[in-house]
Ligand binder design. Structure first.
Ligand code: CA
Length: 223
């Protein structure tokens, strides 16, 4: 998942970054409301974790601006108990979920997964097709019961393709979803990751084809 965290409390943001990176997600941090809003205008994320009390522009305003321009990216709001108001409880600010600080990090990551899953229409954390199985929570893929031992990037790419079956993804789109801003994505590296993943997926029902000049398309092939 490509995630944007908007949070100005550095102790908390560091802990969240660490947790999500360890889980193999690409997560960027913004600690200013207006800057986050500007960033969200031109960068695509799978999920936004948004604090309410922020410098220059509060979380409600950031969220309102997103929804006003038709951005439907799932948003999970973080709030202090003292800031919680009816708008959050009713979620009528356009948020998809909220958590009250302090919270359990495992719960935060579980709720984030659920939001992204809901968005892509998947019913469970485990994708199963024939003898192929991918567990989004455990970040693990099995073929005929054997662990494919995917690297972190390969897991990210696999997750991305499973969420976009039958749709062409350009190399740039893949890079955008698996690298943070600090990582300076290289299209060459994307290509290599996909080549390695494809090799590991040999014999599985998931096929990633190259569409020359366009990008890649993943589909399920019946055995
Ligand atoms: Ca804050």
């Amino acid at each position: 998942m490509r995630i944007l965290l908007v949070e100005d409390m550095s102790e908390l943001s560091e802990a969240i970054l660490e947790r999500f990176r360890a889980e193999g997600h690409a997560i960027d941090l913004e600690n200013d409301g207006a800057e986050a809003e500007a960033l969200l205008r031109h960068a695509g994320f799978d999920l936004v974790i948004l604090d309410i009390n922020l410098p220059t522009m509060n979380g409600y305003e950031v969220l309102r601006a997103m929804r006003a321009r038709g951005d439907r990216t799932p948003v999970l709001v973080l709030t202090a108990r003292s800031e919680i108001d009816d708008r959050i409880v009713g979620l009528d600010v356009g948020a998809d979920d909220y958590m009250v600080k302090p919270f359990d990090f495992r719960e935060l990551s579980a709720r984030c997964r659920a939001l992204v899953r809901r968005r892509t229409g998947e019913a469970s954390n485990v994708f199963t097709q024939g003898d192929f199985e991918f567990d989004r929570g455990a970040r693990r893929a099995l073929l005929g019961g054997v662990d494919l031992e995917l690297r972190q990037r390969e897991v990210q790419v696999l997750e991305l393709f499973l969420g976009h079956l039958g749709r062409v993804l350009t190399k740039d789109e893949v890079a955008d979803r698996i690298y943070t801003f600090d990582e300076a994505p290289s299209l060459n590296a994307v290509e290599q990751t996909i080549t390695r993943l494809r090799k590991k997926l040999e014999g599985s029902p998931l096929q990633i084809r190259t569409i020359r000049g366009l990008g890649y398309i993943a589909s399920i092939v019946e055995a």
